[in-house]
Design a protein around this ligand. Sequence first.
Ligand code: AMP
Length: 542
Amino acid sequence: MQGNMMFQPLLISNLIVHAARYHGDTAIISKNTDGTITTTNWTHVAENSKRFANALADLGAVHADRIATIAWNNHRHLEAWYAISGSGMVCHTINPRLFPEQLIFIINDAQDKVVLFDKTFLPLIRAVKAHTPTVEHFICLSAFDQEVVDALPDVKFYDALIADHSAQFEWPSFDENTASSLCYTSGTTGNPKGALYSHRSTILHTYAICLPDSLNLSANHVMLPVVPMFHVNAWGTPYAAAMVGCTFVLPGPGLDGASLVQMIDDYDVTVALGVPTIWQGLLSAAKQCGSKLATLKRNVVGGSACPPAMMKAFRDLYDCETIHAWGMTEMSPLGTSNQLKAKHHKLSADEQLNVRLSQGRPPFGVDLRITDEENGTHEVVRDGHSTGNLQVKGHWIIESYYGKPNNALTTDGWFDTGDIASINEDGYLLLSDRAKDLIKSGGEWISSVELENIAMSHPEIAMAAVIAATHPKWDERPVVIAIKQQGSDVTEEDILNYYADKIAKWQIPDKVIFVDSIPLTGTGKMLKKDLRDQYGSVLLEN
Ligand code: AMP
């Protein structure tokens, strides 16, 4: 017997319809590429997304076409994003920090028909245009601009398309399993691979990230996604903002600490999301200008492990609760987020901090297990100590990569994340490392993340990466690559001594190398592969 309830497909267009109808006058504040601010609201975003849906149809784009965006987080990008997925096309967000060859690969792999871009990325567009034969239209997300026309004569302008098209548009209805958006993995090894999300997976993921034990979002919030829309759909925040109808503050190209402090203070941001390197910049900018970040109640840290010193700084200096979250492109991205359970409220503040440092628990809809082999099926115990290969299963987790016929799962249907982790009795996940970043010293594993966290808790270290360097006796030994705080004259010996009472003696790194900068991936994570290439032989040099 079937239930008697209505069936409505879970479609992304419903989010923008809901936001416009119930939160129409709630503000969307957007920093434009030229630095000016536009204030709009959910009503206008919804209207313009319909206008752009009409424009796309006029340009000949049809259901299932891939429409790419190479753009900052701004209101035009948001409008276009709803227009594309809402009309049944696939919104393919591209990371502009990729090399032109990778961009060309991705555009051709996806067979994008239209590319939308912000003026900042005009040089990139010029570099790739001749090599992307499937693209029929390039649209600049701005008003008419002669400089852009001079560089790209057949370009179209978003504002003109919006002005020329009506806001009368009926969002089509279709199967909720239809593809909605496409993100490529960062591809630090080999070519990037596409994760193709569906309307259903996206809506279920959106419900989950709004939950109190996830990001705890509501119409009371002013949310600032610093994480770019091209990094796993800004972790789903453009969908979540529409679902709950919160105020949405889009930082455009202003991702440096000072610009973010100003956005937070000017627009009373209550919750912001980004990777640790972003927060590092924000903390030093706030310290420098004396801002108290008074409205910021919560910051979400994901993408890389949150250093304990950072969580403490937000708690002690800014009374801001840090939510540590873990996920990946293949998971839409949310896998876990860290909120306390009722029993933890009896703990002291520092004991609670200890709980909060792990990557947290999965929401309903994601299941986790740790196996003793990569792609294996034998689960290890959930005791908080036994580490192994982290595998996941759930409603918004990849089954196969875009254009790749084979499914990407274990024989019993789990996705192996490539992360090494343990799970404790309460279901909290603790990541030790990426499998490829672990350091194998004399047959024993050392976690690079643990060593990085210690280095970064030193008051005179601004950022630190720990890599495996080849060693003639032990195969691999840890080496710290660190950036000093401005004006510090801390020495290698100071840092090595600092490790002494914090970890087993054999885990203490062999060397500290001070540098002025650490290379970052397109999504702001430390590029350890490049560091390994550069410093992987330093212990062999003598
Ligand atoms: P991406 O698909 O580019 O977002 O990368 C996903 C990978 O980033 C994961 O598999 C983890 O290795 C890493 N990652 C994401 N969040 C965290 C976190 N909170 N702590 C440690 N590593 C993380």
